[in-house]
Design a protein around this ligand. Structure first.
Ligand code: HPA
Length: 257
């Protein structure tokens, strides 16, 4: 018998809950892990005869800053539930002029500028030291399934990009963004790391679906305001939900090798 995929959505800013086209059927697992508490309860949603689980990265309500998220607890708890695939939703700033506010991006690479976060399960303390391969930080198969779903609903999505991960919670300076642009970053956010690396350590497929919610610092004449960001989120997260609802049945039904 082929094993069924268990897909988790990790919702970021603007996506504190998600039931797809299904109904929430209660919480699963506990919040307490050997690494501390998860950001939120993990909620199961039933989509016809399929199901997925959802975790709110910043808590529900949204109270946990990006540098204070307990990434290890979140990924550990999902692994305990047998999660095979994670679709992470991230609100980001746009650096590449081809990615203005309201764009959707499926990055294929990242550069980590964050610091002082618990980065690993294999740090020689809680588990023996191991160096995982991280050449391609995002799952090619999940990305192509998400791209196919976007095509099916006629939603333009950038099919590649470099996600620069900053420490936050403050936004960047114009000079920092200029340097990141020179480094090759297309978008900037605060949460893809260490989340993506921790998922890789546990061999969980991981893709990041980014919604550009503002031009990055210095990329527009205007200063960045939370008001403007919230306006983009209100509209853009509707598209993210639509895309996830289209993609999930296909991803969940894809047999696990
Ligand atoms: N910088 C970093 N993180 C972000 C931004 C940004 O401009 N917008 C949304 N998340």
């Amino acid at each position: 018998m082929t094993k069924q995929r268990i897909v988790a959505i990790i919702g970021g800013t603007g996506l504190q809950e998600f039931t797809g086209d299904g109904v929430a059927s209660g919480t699963v697992g506990g919040r307490v892990t050997p690494y501390g508490e998860t950001s939120s309860e993990i909620v199961r949603s039933q989509l016809s005869d399929l199901s997925c689980v959802f975790l709110a990265r910043h808590g529900n309500p949204h109270t946990i800053a990006p540098h204070k998220v307990n990434y290890r607890a979140n990924i550990w708890a999902l692994k305990q539930l047998g999660v095979s695939d994670i679709i992470a939703v991230n609100a980001v700033g746009g650096i590449n002029p081809a990615m203005p506010a309201a764009s959707l991006v499926l990055p294929d690479q990242l550069i980590d500028y964050s610091h002082s976060r618990e980065q690993s399960f294999f740090d020689g303390e809680s588990n023996p030291l191991q160096h995982i391969d991280f050449t391609h930080p995002f799952s090619a198969s999940l990305r192509s399934q998400l791209l196919a779903a976007a095509k099916a609903v006629n939603l333009p999505v950038h099919d590649a990009g470099v996600y620069g991960v900053t420490q936050g919670p403050r936004l960047e300076t114009a000079a920092e963004i200029k340097r990141m642009a020179q480094d090759g970053c297309d978008v900037v956010g605060m949460t893809a790391m260490p989340e993506a690396a921790l998922a890789r350590e546990f061999a969980i497929n991981y893709a990041s679906l980014c919604l550009v919610v503002n031009p990055a610092a210095g990329c527009s004449e205007q200063l960045i305001t939370m008001d403007d960001i919230h306006k983009v989120i209100a509209q853009g997260m509707g598209q993210v939900r639509g895309l996830l609802s289209q993609a999930l049945p296909v991803i969940i039904s894809d047999p696990l090798n």
